[in-house]
Design a binder for this molecule. Structure first.
Ligand code: 13P
Ligand code: SF4
Length: 350
């Protein structure tokens, strides 16, 4: 029964005390978020992992790439646990190391220079972060993508951006890069499916990945929200398609969405294009504002949702018994190179 699960979690937290830190992404369900010592966007949670070097174990209530990042940044003696190993990210799975290596080889040969800078979104495997570390590249999150792209353009003429085409396109467009200079490549085609002339002038080469939650948002939904609530404000996550970002009043990371909502005056109506658990929590936190998800059909991230309190209780029980369950261990060589790309991101920030 639920009550028993929650009693187990509370008891384990009490027993483990400061030896344990629980991190929770904004998209986690409330039943899990209530136990998190830090709740944040993916960038804040990566930093949170660094702020508790004293903790023996970091339990990451989020998805696989986030737990990997925590393991890369944590001290080697610290354990990182993902309560349910099936909590992946479908977008991160859209770019695998072999395909990126093959595309990179093609581009290196095509351009005959070393003016391409690989940029990976945080939502990617540790192997891809390591790829960026080895090839002069960098990691970005949705909260710092434009600063990171500016850094990348200081290093070279063009960027290979993966896995999220939408974050890459929305960010580069806001920086003034013309759409015709940001072709989307087809990693399955031997010539990457892009005309040689277009490839020649490209500034940002976009990988064809996307988020299955954010691709559901449409301009029609925004028009409908504006028709129903004249004067309402619309904010979306930059993983949304470009026309949706263009039609919204603002776009930003999960934490930027929180701050935008907090800054609106009492009585505001705000339509939000992001995951439903977060939108519902924001609505509950701001009872003086009308806050709703742009997509009327429930819009959860199905993999974030795989962190059920039952898994949390199970891994915490293990820790109390001295057993580390569902540990995420990044290969040390991969971690070394991935850390280089993550540290370049931290150093590029103001
Ligand atoms: P944030 O970096 O905004 O937390 O986004 C992570 C994510 O997976 C959004 O889908
Ligand atoms: Fe991945 Fe999308 Fe879920 Fe974020 S919301 S974790 S990008 S599938």
């Amino acid at each position: 029964p639920e009550a028993e699960l929650h009693a187990r979690i509370r008891a384990a937290k009490q027993t483990l005390g400061d030896r344990l830190v629980i991190l929770g992404h904004f998209y986690q369900r409330d039943e899990v978020v209530q136990y998190a010592d830090f709740v944040g966007d993916s960038f804040q949670l990566a930093n949170a992992a660094l702020t508790r070097p004293d903790a023996e174990t970091i339990v990451f209530c989020g998805v696989h790439f986030m737990a990997e990042t925590a393991d890369i940044l944590a001290r080697p003696e610290q354990h990182v646990i993902l309560p349910n190993l099936a909590a992946g990210c479908s977008m991160a799975d859209m770019a695998d190391e072999d395909s990126v290596e093959a595309a990179w080889e093609y581009l290196t040969e095509f351009y005959g220079d070393d003016d391409t800078v690989p940029v990976t979104y945080m939502n990617s495997s540790a192997a891809l972060k390591a790829f960026c570390g080895r090839h002069g590249g960098i990691v970005c999150t949705s909260s710092n993508a434009s600063t990171v792209l500016e850094w990348a353009f200081e290093q070279g003429r063009r960027v290979l951006f993966f896995p999220d085409q939408h974050l890459g396109r929305n960010t580069a467009k806001a920086m003034g890069v013309p759409l015709e200079q940001m072709p989307m490549i087809n990693p399955r085609a031997t010539d990457l499916g892009v005309d040689a002339e277009v490839l020649h002038d490209a500034r940002v080469l976009l990988w064809p990945g996307f988020c299955s939650v954010h691709k559901r948002f449409t301009v029609a939904q925004i028009e409908q929200a504006r028709a129903q609530y004249p004067g309402c404000r619309v904010i979306v996550h930059p993983e949304s398609p470009m026309p949706v970002v263009d039609a919204a009043d603002a776009a930003g990371s999960t934490d930027a969405i929180r701050k935008f909502i907090a800054a609106q005056p009492s009585g505001s109506v705000i339509a939000v294009g992001t995951e439903i658990n977060m939108v519902n929590r924001l609505a509950a936190e701001h009872p003086d504002k009308t806050i709703f998800c742009l997509d009327p059909v429930v819009c959860p991230c199905s993999t974030m949702y795989r962190i059920h309190p039952g898994y949390l209780a199970w891994v915490l029980d293990g820790l109390v018994e001295g057993e580390v369950r569902n540990e995420i261990v990044v290969d040390p060589d991969v971690a070394t190179h991935a850390k280089v790309a993550l540290e370049r991101m931290l150093a590029a920030l103001p």
